[in-house]
Design a protein around this ligand. Sequence first.
Ligand code: SF4
Length: 721
Amino acid sequence: MHPTTQETKSTCCYCGVGCGVIIEHNDLEITGVRGDPEHPANFGKLCSKGSSLHLSAKRILQQQARVLAPHMRENRADALRESDWESCFEFVSERLAQCIQEHGPDSIGLYVSGQLLTEDYYLFNKLAKGLIGTNNIDSNSRLCMSSAVAAYRQSLGADAPPCCYEDIDQAEVILIAGSNTAYAHPILYRRIEEARRNRPQLKVIVVDPRRTDTAQEADLHLAIQPGTDVALFNGMLYLCLWEGWLDQEFIRSHTDGFTELKDLVRDFTPSMVAKTCGIREQDLLEATRWFATSNASLSLYCQGLNQSTAGTAKNSALINLHLATGHIGREGAGPFSLTGQPNAMGGRETGGMANLLSAHRDLNNAQHRAEVAELWGVDELPSTAGKTAVEMFNAARQGEIKILWIVCTNPAQSMPDQHLIREALERAELVIVQEAYRGTATMAYADVVFPAASWGEKSGTVTNSERRISRVRAALSPFAQAKPDWEIAKAVALKLARKLHRDKPYFDYADSEEIWNEHRQSTAGRDLDITGLSYGILDEQGPQQWPYPFGAQKGATRLYTTAQFATENGRAKFIPTAYIAPSEKVSARYPFLLNTGRLRDQWHGMSRTGTVAQLFAHAPEPSVQLAASDMQARFITEGDLIEISNARGKIILPANQSDSLHSGQVFIPMHWGQEFTGGHHLNQDQMSSEHLGVNALTTSAFDPSSKQPELKLAHVKINKI
Ligand code: SF4
């Protein structure tokens, strides 16, 4: 007899679009997945990744790919051995307690992930800041969205994207900057395509050094030189000034700082900007005219702006343009950062980063620290700034951080300048890896492995790019001995509290809903107030946008509709955005600029998508993309092995001619690491330990405000081997 088929509504675990899915399953296996027609993010549609979720969840694959049991070793020289949960919890809590007593709480660092659910995030943040007593908790969201966050906070007063997906249907102009939306946010891109079919007059401008699939379909593609976005946006503002395209009334009534900015942009003449950005003056003028004079201009942007040493300035310069033209707080208008990961937003809501506290509170604010301390029932919270992602691994490399607890992320592949990261992992005295998949590069450094539950086995909430909170529901029990992430945090916290003789803060949660209710309580009176929301409402009425305060009947579709901003005086701020060239330039020694990014059918380090054969049909193996002119000049033909190198490292990949690149640029996808680099082309000698994936080459230089590293630009040389 076939087991009974059931259906469970949940959310896709990949990108920040946050599509609703219906999981088809029985008691033993997930058998299918389809888009949830009632979910407002996707109305039943799924992209190639989302529609293969059930394939990646197949039990036979899970048996091969997952961590099946807890593992540990007491000495680095020993091999990891299978253990049991109780022994691992005891060992870890004892080592944490010892480390706190001998070296202080800041000798511990937690590196977590935008893949975690909000409830997981809340508990890890509470464990770090409320019990261990350190702000050394940061997230791989630092590599993803922190520049967008810094700019929203500086300009608008809060980490709150003002727009919603409906704005795509209502915009007259959509400016896509630094985002290959067709690959990275496919369901949103389909919405843009549909909007263009319905309204042929809709103009799409794409700003991207590469002629991506998104750029090819645009009405106007500004193929700027990598890293010159600030010059472009300042140049557009210059033209608005001279052509009389400003919204003077909006500037006067609702903003501060325009005079200072006006002085700064005087230098950004069309000829200067055209030369700096490598575009035609007439294209600059056309783009500016469309953007400034439309009734509703929307910008969509992602890692091309964020992953940069000038990431905050790039975001701010674009927001300046929206404020100066009044394209904000209205239907179809506003600066809309697209979230990379499924729950980078939810993580920030809980304050799960080194510079934040619960509910968008600021770590530097004594009043905010006191509010959270009171909520958690502790005397005080640590005030010393926590280490952000790159800083945390640097501190471990220098012996300052002695224990690293890495949760649901793979820094030995995804962090920039891999040699430094791997040195840090070797130097740390204890590395705890909490992970669902056993093949990740970071696993090689683990002293303790906590097997974590994965998609389809966990329950909680996530928040997508448009501030919409959706339920994630478990269809099956966790595989093998895996546990949900929050349960692992809780178990360690309870043991650690006993060892530290503390009875606060509270960690004895019965389920994820109890954690979420405490998180909800922490948002009272804050910009993201969700005191009117509950698991019950989410279950009955479906996903909801924040804020959703007590007594509300629905969440806020868009923010700042009355032009009251979240700053102290309610006025938005123009930020003077000087143009600063990228940290690395081309030179005789390194004549190429490397760009990194996603492919359509893979996700991050491929621990999940890499288990699905169909998802390799689009790009079966990694390659280095080169312009035809560069290949001809160097007698390179398709498939030749190319060594790409700089002072940080080298990798070897087959050449792939691409008409999306200008001469002098190379592109390498981010997905493949040591285990995959070079595919079948490499012999054993070439598969040396030098092959660490593209992040062998990227720089750990970071933006001074957001601390987000410049993952999308590095200088390199290439040699045919
Ligand atoms: Fe999942 Fe993103 Fe694809 Fe939607 S667009 S199905 S959230 S990967």
